[in-house]
Write a new protein. Structure first.
Length: 148
């Protein structure tokens, strides 16, 4: 058994990485989809109850949520990809492991920084737009009370 592990350690490591990643995806993705469907069902029931009572709920703006998720997910995926490239280089005993890994992680860092910066800028811009909308609604309400 020891000889088998020593002879095929690279292949076993690659198989274990593949099993871990695919296992995580097979378990995690359906759970995330179920949570999203459940959230949408709860929002639907809440909207129907409010409509029955004659109250209109404000329309939720998903843009800020999506922007923040992308600002988080893009760097994670990019860094996992860079780590995967480094793992493949280590498994196959590449002679150029350091320069290639350095290049991969520098590019991953730049892409991650761009994603985070873009996501934060978008979220702050959307927050600013929501503040302007709220101020306009307050001024309209004050104008209506002033007229009456």
């Amino acid at each position: 058994m020891v000889e088998l592990v020593q002879a095929y350690s690279k292949e076993l490591t690659l198989i274990m990485l593949t099993i871990l990643i695919l296992g995580t995806l097979i378990i995690l993705v359906p759970q995330l989809l179920k949570w999203h469907i459940r959230k949408m069902e709860i929002l639907h029931v809440e909207n129907m109850k409010s409509l029955e009572n004659g109250v209109r709920l404000p329309i939720s703006d998903e843009r800020a949520t999506i922007a923040s998720r992308m600002a988080l997910l893009v760097p994670m995926v990019v860094m996992l990809g860079a780590a995967t490239v480094t793992c493949f280089l280590a498994i196959y005993n590449s002679t150029q492991i350091f320069p290639v890994s350095l290049g991969v992680f520098v590019i991953a860092g730049v892409v991650s920084l761009a994603a985070i910066t873009g996501g934060v800028a978008l979220v702050s811009r959307l927050a600013h737009l929501e503040d302007i909308d709220a101020a306009e609604e307050e001024s309209e309400a004050a104008e209506r009370t002033y007229r009456s």
